[in-house]
Design a protein around this ligand. Sequence first.
Ligand SMILES: Cc1cc2nc3c(=O)[nH]c(=O)nc-3n(C[C@H](O)[C@H](O)[C@H](O)COP(=O)(O)OP(=O)(O)OC[C@H]3O[C@@H](n4cnc5c(N)ncnc54)[C@H](O)[C@@H]3O)c2cc1C
Length: 388
Amino acid sequence: MNYDVIIIGAGYAGAVMARQYAEDNKKVLILEKKSHIGGNAYDYMDENHIRIHEYGPHLFHTNEKEVVDYLSRFTEWYPYEHRVKGLINDKFVPIPFNLTSIEELFDKETADNLKNELIKEYGMEKKVPILELRKSNNPEVRNLAEFIFEKVFKYYTMKQWDYSIEQLSATVTDRVPVFVSYDDRYFQDTYQMMPKEGFTAMFEKMLNHPNIEIRLNTEALDVMKFDFETGKIYFEGKEFTNDVIYTGLADYLCGYRHGKLEYRSLWFDLKVMDGTYQTAVTCNYPTPKEIHPFTRITEYKLMMENKENPKTAIHVEYPFRYDEDAEKGNIPYYTVFTEENKALYETYKKELEVFKNLTLLGRLAEFRYYNMDAITKAALDKYKSLTK
Ligand SMILES: Cc1cc2nc3c(=O)[nH]c(=O)nc-3n(C[C@H](O)[C@H](O)[C@H](O)COP(=O)(O)OP(=O)(O)OC[C@H]3O[C@@H](n4cnc5c(N)ncnc54)[C@H](O)[C@@H]3O)c2cc1C
């Protein structure tokens, strides 16, 4: 078989690219080292009819109509708006921290005063990054900011990243701002929904095309060779001059020759039990790790279309330093955005430019965070630019 393109990885980046090439009548080969498609978004139905997200909860939300239209070719949806609560002073209150959180944590007089000060300073429906709130000129707002910083951000960040907030890029904390609002949804995007039959079924449809061949359980470097001296790529011993799309780790492809890029990993403890476990789909534990060594708990049946089930399944989420040889924490999840890591990635990216027919795409290959909608859009755009 002569392939027009080889794609490494069957997550969003790889699958969207594969579909686009296939519809342009190109023969596509996908190499995927895991035993399943869908990458990090892979889900499955357990024996109690609860859909589990193997690599942690994935919620679909976007403002991009183009992305919704595209993915809707492969799935129907049900409406779903995600809500999160956080354990603060022994109470579960809305996260992102908002006006309701204030009401639930302070007596009425104090709460009214704090809410007024916040609204006066920022206006309603405003999202304020915690680092900005801490710099307010208003001492009451600054006091509140210190409370929120301590109770919501400080320990959660240390548990999640093993760095203090100050050491991390602001993009990390900006993702969960303080919200001057009574809107207790975790996201405010126009489109918020979940695929009716799950993400894996959506990927199955996307990849079900006569021009697409998928080899699961196949580590790309077992069948391909990247020769940095000549800039040539080989597949099964023969030079491959057509497009190659790589969605795996950039440092791995270069043999880690300048050291490893840093990732945070997670380990999910799956527990199955009777009844219902908690009052929100996800409950955060922004407490010191000596009290709760995990960051959050997600209860999957509560995010399903049909929530009625006498059984339940929860994921208790433990952060780890990524180490491919470790028993727990051996999957790279979140890029650690320090200046050193960004510089190291640029070094690898430059070295990979020697391969003129190679494209790096996705959260691992580009060493950045992408939401599912953003990587779908990035893949659609990349395909257009490669084939224009
Ligand atoms: C814990 C967590 C929760 C998230 N929750 C959300 C959410 O709620 N909403 C949202 O929009 N986004 C969420 N995301 C982001 C989402 O997971 C990503 O947008 C998506 O996974 C990116 O797709 P990708 O194709 O770039 O990477 P991946 O999904 O990781 O796919 C890459 C694929 O390449 C394969 N691969 C890598 N190297 C090789 C190799 N050498 N040979 C063969 N195969 C290889 C991997 O096995 C993998 O299947 C979350 C991410 C994490 C970590």
